[in-house]
Design a protein around this ligand. Structure first.
Ligand code: HEM
Ligand SMILES: *[C@@H]1O[C@H](CO)[C@@H](O)[C@H](O)[C@H]1NC(C)=O
Ligand SMILES: *[C@@H]1O[C@H](CO)[C@@H](O)[C@H](O)[C@H]1NC(C)=O
Ligand SMILES: *[C@@H]1O[C@H](CO)[C@@H](O)[C@H](O)[C@H]1NC(C)=O
Ligand SMILES: *[C@@H]1O[C@H](CO)[C@@H](O)[C@H](O)[C@H]1NC(C)=O
Ligand SMILES: *[C@@H]1O[C@H](CO)[C@@H](O)[C@H](O)[C@H]1NC(C)=O
Ligand SMILES: *[C@@H]1O[C@H](CO)[C@@H](O)[C@H](O)[C@H]1NC(C)=O
Ligand SMILES: *[C@@H]1O[C@H](CO)[C@@H](O)[C@H](O)[C@H]1NC(C)=O
Ligand SMILES: *[C@@H]1O[C@H](CO)[C@@H](O)[C@H](O)[C@H]1NC(C)=O
Ligand SMILES: *[C@@H]1O[C@H](CO)[C@@H](O)[C@H](O)[C@H]1NC(C)=O
Ligand SMILES: *[C@@H]1O[C@H](CO)[C@@H](O)[C@H](O)[C@H]1NC(C)=O
Ligand SMILES: *[C@@H]1O[C@H](CO)[C@@H](O)[C@H](O)[C@H]1NC(C)=O
Ligand SMILES: *[C@@H]1O[C@H](CO)[C@@H](O)[C@H](O)[C@H]1NC(C)=O
Length: 352
């Protein structure tokens, strides 16, 4: 009886260990299979940044929007023939940017080592490189993610937090992705870089109701925003989320919150909530502390629901799932992957 139980326990442990090891990302996953992978991505990001420093913010957000929807599996990059992929959803279109940087990095990596480096890892590396370019020491990013085969606009709506969320709603959304309330506050500090279209704060400046405006938007700042964004604004107008230093990764975001200069209702929630504002105050007071925690939280975010081992695939073109005939033999033995929105997949599904 005891022996039987021991045998079962041993069997379970033996079965579980490799599964756990397989499921983990590793720093330097491409050390031998593609030693240049990370530096090629870094070069593509640096070159895009030299042309347009705003691209760094775009790439940081791209990783966030990838990870929160079906995990960090590059599903955010997939295009759909009928416009129903994640990237077509309102939180992503037209604001999400950096797709062409990922494509350039992927092209360079494919040239150096074909069919080896996932699009999901490229997105994760590019976010790290963007953080480095805007003012943080480079840090190691575990890799070995594999690419997903499905992307649906509704998933983006269901999982990405909108800027109208309350503290409780924000905490809940992040908790669903294994991130704590403190990590939500830490990651929101990414709003120290980048831009926003008017639509993300329009209701806040024009429909001043208790639902959309809290005590927390400086009247002078509101007047500036109203001048920039009339109630029917030019769809192309944007403004910096952190107007003091829009291309620098610093703790100004937290300092602005205390001055009633948080751009989104959601930003201001971090300050008006008594539980969350202790973190806000400590990051406003200590930039080193925030940066340390930011890097750790980014790495943790990069682990959300990842595909590893034989799951998923290494996409050849980051915008579309592989079709069977384009896939190398070892890949072809794995589960077939289709993406419902792509023309190639529709053909494949029809013939399978
Ligand atoms: C806490 C919940 C969050 C909400 C409600 C939120 C909302 C938003 C909104 C509405 C925008 C502007 C989109 C537009 O152009 O209209 C934005 C921009 C941005 N967000 Fe967030 N966000 C959140 C968390 C995060 C996180 C966790 C990150 C990354 C770690 C992040 C990084 C960024 C960046 C870098 C931009 C600027 C993008 C650019 O310039 O292209 N955000 N966010
Ligand atoms: C890759 O090399 C780096 C630096 O030597 C090392 O820290 C890392 O553990 C290696 N990773 C793997 C998976 O071999
Ligand atoms: C440079 O940045 C602009 C946007 O600021 C973009 O339209 C253009 O395509 C970029 N050029 C290159 C070569 O990346
Ligand atoms: C970016 O990373 C490089 C390489 O580690 C480092 O030399 C540089 O100082 C970093 N940039 C910043 C702003 O810390
Ligand atoms: C929580 O995350 C899971 C996995 O991504 C998703 O299926 C579910 O819809 C999410 N729930 C909420 C309430 O966001
Ligand atoms: C203001 O609120 C009304 C009613 O909810 C809505 O129809 C309108 O689009 C809002 N205006 C802005 C600028 O958000
Ligand atoms: C919202 O309304 C209140 C009360 O009328 C006012 O004090 C505040 O300045 C308004 N805020 C904005 C952003 O218009
Ligand atoms: C503050 O946020 C917490 C979640 O961290 C929530 O439980 C609480 O209800 C919020 N407090 C207020 C006054 O909204
Ligand atoms: C923190 O939140 C509490 C509750 O809303 C508020 O009384 C306090 O003034 C806030 N602290 C700061 C520094 O804003
Ligand atoms: C700021 O945070 C860093 C990192 O945690 C810590 O070493 C340092 O002592 C803190 N500085 C102050 C003034 O509290
Ligand atoms: C990748 O796929 C997209 C969408 O079908 C296509 O527009 C693009 O040209 C492809 N890129 C390459 C390098 O083949
Ligand atoms: C997509 O991938 C998932 C998980 O890897 C798999 O279960 C599913 O069958 C695939 N879908 C298609 C249509 O191949
Ligand atoms: C988009 O295409 C997919 C796959 O063909 C299909 O399942 C979906 O219903 C289509 N959506 C719309 C809105 O036509």
């Amino acid at each position: 009886m005891v022996a039987a139980i021991v045998a079962v326990v041993v069997a379970v442990v033996c079965l579980r260990l490799p599964a756990v090891a397989r499921g983990q990302l590793q720093v330097g996953f491409y050390n031998t299979s593609c030693p240049n992978a990370e530096s090629l991505v870094q070069q593509a990001v640096a070159s895009a940044f030299a042309n347009d420093s705003g691209i760094a913010a775009g790439l940081i957000r791209l990783h966030f929007h990838d990870c929160f929807v079906r995990g960090c599996d590059a599903s955010v990059l997939l295009v759909s023939a009928n416009g129903t992929a994640e990237r077509d959803a309102a939180p992503n279109k037209p604001s999400l940017r950096g797709f062409e940087v990922i494509d350039a990095a992927k092209a360079a990596v494919e040239k150096s080592c074909a069919r080896t480096v996932s699009c999901a890892d490229i997105v994760a590396f590019a976010a790290r490189d963007s953080i480095n370019l805007t003012g943080q020491a480079a840090y190691q990013v575990p890799s070995g993610r594999r690419d997903g085969n499905f992307s649906l606009d509704q998933d983006a709506l269901n999982n990405l937090p909108p800027p109208t969320f309350t503290a409780q709603q924000l905490v809940d959304r992040f908790a669903n992705k294994t991130l704590t309330a403190e990590e939500m506050v830490i990651l929101s500090g990414a709003h120290t870089v980048g831009r926003s279209f008017c639509s993300s704060f329009l209701a806040r400046i024009w429909n001043n109701t208790t639902a959309t405006v809290d005590t927390g938007l400086s009247p002078a700042y509101a007047a500036l925003l109203q001048a920039l964004c009339p109630s029917s604004p030019n769809a192309a107008t944007t403004t910096a989320v952190d107007p003091t230093t829009p291309a620098v990764l610093d703790n100004n975001y937290y300092k602005l919150l205390s001055l009633n200069l948080g751009l989104f209702f959601s930003d201001n929630q971090l300050r008006t909530n008594a539980t969350l504002n202790t973190s806000v105050n400590s990051f406003a007071a200590n930039e080193t502390l925030w940066k340390q925690k930011f890097v750790a939280a980014m790495v943790k975010m990069g682990n959300i629901e990842v595909l590893t081992g034989t799951q998923g695939e290494i996409r050849l073109n980051c915008s579309v799932v592989n079709n069977r005939s384009s896939v190398a033999a070892p890949e072809a033995q794995m589960a077939r992957h289709y993406y419902s929105g792509s023309t190639a997949s529709i053909e494949e599904i029809a013939t399978s």
